[in-house]
Structures are given as structure tokens and as C-alpha cells.
Design a protein around this ligand. Structure first.
Ligand code: COA
Length: 227
């Protein structure tokens, strides 16, 4: 059963988690029924710290013992966030959905559990957002977008209508995806890139127009978009 209100424990206490905590405070003020409880994080140097009046309560393994009604995995890296989300879900955790009161989300938009929609985001009609997704500050998704689980749409990204983003993809800061295009699962669209063609899965695509390739033995990328 989906949980709609209660005390939310943030998994992670880094920069992104602090942004999510701030969104939770704004949601609490707006009467959403959600309020932040604190953070858990495995980083030793964070133990005993507090941010926005919220304590780091201990390592992640303590999540069951701190009186939380729901969790949010507030970690920016998509693979790490996926791993934590799936492990916690398997262990019986329930997840909050964070929607900053200053986001504009059309009424028919479907949002999966554990997803974070931050300040200034716009999501238009008919869009479907998966689980454990980050829609970061001031990005906009136009109508009928389909956003896979564990995706990160970074600040200032814009997508046209009918765009599909595969599981785990990262759209970097300020990237643009033209209407009807697809970005494949676990691909990275670099900061400022413009996807004018469909981007296949598992590549890094850069530039205007975005071109992509493979990582070579020397660690550099061949930018060969196969056209
Ligand atoms: C694309 C990206 C993932 C590459 O990261 P990386 O693998 O560490 O790459 P490097 O920084 O080593 O750069 C490799 C080369 O690509 C170039 N490059 C890096 N990012 C680029 C970009 N966005 N557009 C064009 N070229 C880029 C670098 O100049 C470098 O080229 P050079 O070797 O000729 O100097 C990264 O630069 C990026 O854009 N990340 C998005 C980050 C983001 O938005 N995160 C969300 C924050 S909330």
C-alpha cells in the first residue's frame, strides 16, 4: 500500500540529500503531511553532524530503528541510488515521494515511489515518472514524457513532448532533448548537450548536436555516433 504522509528518513546526507531535506521542510510548511526526520549515511565524517536542523542519526543500517514512516534515497549517483533503493525495498522499506511546493506538475502526471521533484521543475500533461527518479532544480519535461526508474534529470534540462528516457540515464545540467527522441538506459547526455537523434543505451553523448561513442583502452572516448 502506498504511504502518503509521515516522517521521512533521508538515506544519504550529502549535498543532494540536503536539497531534498529543504524540499521536505517546504512540503511540511505547505501542509503536505510529510516531514523530514533526519539523515543516515555510512560516511564516518558525517556522524554527529546536522544540516537544516536535522541530525545525521548513524549509518544506513539503522534505518529501521529511528521511527521513520518512509524513506527517500537522496543520493545523486544513479547506480548507487538504484542499489540502495532495491536493497531497502527488498528489506520491506516504504518510500516517500517528494514534490517541492514550487514545482508545477500537471494533475494527471504519475510519479513513482521514492522520486524527488525539486524547486522550479515543470512536468506537463501525460508524463509518467518512474521510481527513485531525480527531477532536479528548474528542469522542465514537456507533455507525455516517459522517465524510467533511477533516472537523474539535472538542473536546467529541457525536454520536448513525447520524450522517453531509459532506466538509469543521466541528463546533465542544461541538456536538451528534442521532441519525440529517446535516451537509452544508463546513457549519459553530457551537460549542455542537445539530443537531436535517439541516443542508444549505455553511451556518453556530448555536444550540439550530441554525438556519442565508446570508451577506448586509454580511457578517452571515441565520439562516433554511428551515422
Ligand atoms: C559528460 C561527463 C559525464 C563527462 O565526465 P568525465 O567522463 O569525467 O569526462 P572528463 O571531465 O574527463 O572529460 C573528458 C573529455 O570530454 C570533454 N567534456 C566533458 N564534459 C563535456 C560536455 N558536457 N560537453 C562537451 N565536452 C565535454 C572534456 O573537455 C574532455 O575533453 P578533453 O579530454 O579533450 O579535454 C560530464 O562532463 C558531464 O557533463 N556531467 C554532467 C554532470 C551533471 O550534470 N550532474 C548532475 C549534477 S546535479
Amino acid at each position: 500500500m502506498r504511504i502518503m504522509s509521515g516522517r521521512v528518513l533521508l538515506i544519504g546526507a550529502g549535498g543532494h540529500a540536503q536539497v531534498v531535506a529543504e524540499a521536505l521542510w517546504r512540503m511540511a510548511e505547505a501542509g503536505s503531511g510529510w516531514e523530514p526526520l533526519g539523515f543516515v549515511d555510512d560516511e564516518p565524517t558525517l556522524q554527529g553532524c546536522s544540516f537544516l536542523g536535522l541530525p545525521v542519526l548513524g549509518p544506513i543500517a539503522l534505518w529501521r530503528e529511528v521511527g521513520a514512516d518512509a524513506l527517500i534515497v537522496a543520493v545523486g549517483d544513479n547506480a548507487t541510488r538504484r542499489r540502495l533503493y532495491l536493497a531497502l525495498r527488498e528489506a520491506g522499506a516504504r518510500f516517500a515521494t517528494v514534490v517541492h511546493p514550487r514545482a508545477v506538475v500537471a494533475p494527471d502526471v504519475v510519479i513513482g515511489p521514492g522520486s524527488m521533484i525539486l524547486a522550479g521543475v515543470v512536468v506537463n500533461m501525460g508524463s509518467v515518472i518512474g521510481a527513485n527518479v531525480i527531477l532536479n532544480t528548474a528542469c522542465s519535461l514537456d507533455h507525455h514524457n516517459r522517465i524510467g526508474d533511477h533516472v537523474h534529470v539535472a538542473p536546467g534540462v529541457h525536454t520536448g513532448g513525447d520524450v522517453s528516457i531509459g532506466e538509469g540515464a543521466l541528463l546533465g545540467i542544461g541538456a536538451t532533448v528534442l521532441p519525440g527522441r529517446t535516451v537509452g538506459a544508463w546513457s549519459v547526455l553530457g551537460a549542455g548537450a542537445v539530443a537531436v537523434h535517439d541516443i542508444p543505451p549505455g553511451v556518453m553523448a556530448l555536444g550540439v548536436p550530441a554525438r556519442w561513442g565508446d570508451r577506448r583502452d586509454d580511457g578517452r572516448w571515441t565520439m562516433d555516433d554511428g551515422r
